[in-house]
Each structure stands twice: as C-alpha cells, then as structure tokens.
Ligand binder design. Structure first.
Ligand code: DX5
Ligand code: ZN
Length: 217
C-alpha cells in the first residue's frame, strides 16, 4: 500500500501571500501542492494559470505541483503548465474531445497524467486508458468552489477505483478532492484513497501541521 500523501488546495490559501502560504503548508508536512485551475467556462469560477505556477517555482517551491485543470478546451494549456513547472496534470474527460490523446500529450510534455471523475461521471473509460494514467482523481464535490460538503457516494466510487487500479497492477495514485476533513479522512483512506486534497480544512485553521497530521491518520 502507498503511503498517504496530503495535497493542500491553495484555492483556500491567502492569495496575497501565496508563496509564504505554500512554504508554511509544506513546512507543516504537506507532500504536494494542489493547484486548482478554473476558467469560468467549464466551471463557474476563475482562478489561476501557468504564470502563478511558474511564480511558485521561482519562489523556490520544489515539492510536486499537482495541477487540477477545470478548463475547456484543455489541450492547448497543457504545454504551458508543463513549462511552468507542473508535476502532475489532471483533467476532466468531459473537457477533452480526445481523452486518449490528451493523456498522451501530458506525458509527452514530461508530466504525470491524471484523469478526474465528477460525482456523476462513471469510471468506465478507465478500462481503456489505464496504461496511460498515473493518477485517478475522484471528485467528492462538483468542481468550481472550495468549502463544499463531501458527497458520500464518492466512498463507493473510491472502492471501485481502488479495485480497478489494484487489478491493473499499475503504479497509479488514487486521489480524492472536495470536502475532505479530519472527521471523514479515516473512511476516505479505508475506501482506498492514497492522496488527499484538502483546501478549507487546512487553510481555515491556524495550525496547518495539526490538520495535516489528522488527515494522514
Ligand atoms: C474544487 C477544487 C478543490 C477544492 C477543495 O473544484 O477542485 O480542490 O479547492 O476544497 P475543499 O477541501 O475546501 O473542499
Ligand atoms: Zn482540485
């Protein structure tokens, strides 16, 4: 079993002090930086792009940057994020005309490729692209905003995704995103998630290390 990784979503950080916030959360024990990209088209919100990713690298952040693209179309922004220092790039199949091609493009650009499943999106397509995927991200809220409530059906979806990944025998991380808190982290980990995104749960508290420890279990 993979060790659990904690990926704070900087969506809930103080953007006026972003470099410092990311330094603090990494010093508090976070493993990855979860970077939410929203375009006011695929999702009803607008956030940050490759320039901010590059700014974090220039600031000296060396931890993996886990880019969660909620943009449509998706392909043309991928090389920009790869050049800006992204480590993992994940996208929603609904936002790509050709999912297989987009996955290949991410790897060609030197990044790890992730596929994101919305609460109502079935896992079926995984069967056909499992060899091109490095990460499966299960959404436990509808994408677009931090601070939403965890949708319980995501636990069953995590279990099914865990089985698909284990049966494949491949080295694929299983990430969960949305409404993750110390109070539900144990059942989320038991359902098979090995990478936990948390935004409001971490940045809403003053002691980041304490929350991160509680999430890791
Ligand atoms: C939602 C984003 C999440 C969000 C999580 O569209 O993908 O990463 O920031 O925030 P919390 O942990 O507050 O639900
Ligand atoms: Zn996200």
């Amino acid at each position: 079993k993979q060790p659990t990784l904690i990926a704070p979503s900087i969506l809930s950080a103080d953007f006026a002090r972003l470099g410092e916030e990311v330094d603090n959360v990494l010093q508090a024990g976070a493993d990855w930086v979860h970077f939410d990209v929203m375009d006011n088209h695929y999702v009803p919100n607008l956030t940050i792009g490759p320039m901010v990713c590059q700014a974090l690298r220039n600031h000296g952040i060396t931890a993996p940057i886990d880019v969660h693209l909620m943009v449509k179309p998706v392909d043309r922004i991928i090389p920009d994020f790869a050049q800006a220092g992204a480590s993992v790039i994940s996208f929603h199949p609904e936002a790509s005309e050709h999912v297989d091609r987009t996955l290949a493009l991410i790897r060609e650009q030197g990044c790890q490729a992730g596929l994101v499943f919305n609460p109502a999106t079935p896992l079926d397509i995984l069967e056909w692209v499992i060899d091109k995927v490095d990460l499966v991200l299960i959404m436990s809220v509808n994408p677009g905003f931090g601070g939403q409530k965890f949708i319980p059906a995501a636990l069953e979806k995590l279990k099914r995704a865990r089985k698909i990944i284990d049966d494949s025998g491949r080295d694929i991380r299983l990430e969960i995103d949305g409404g993750v808190k110390p109070g539900n982290a144990a059942e989320i980990r038991e359902a098979g998630a090995d990478t936990l995104v948390a935004g409001s749960a971490i940045f809403g508290q003053s002691d980041y290390a304490e929350v991160i420890r509680a999430l890791r279990g």
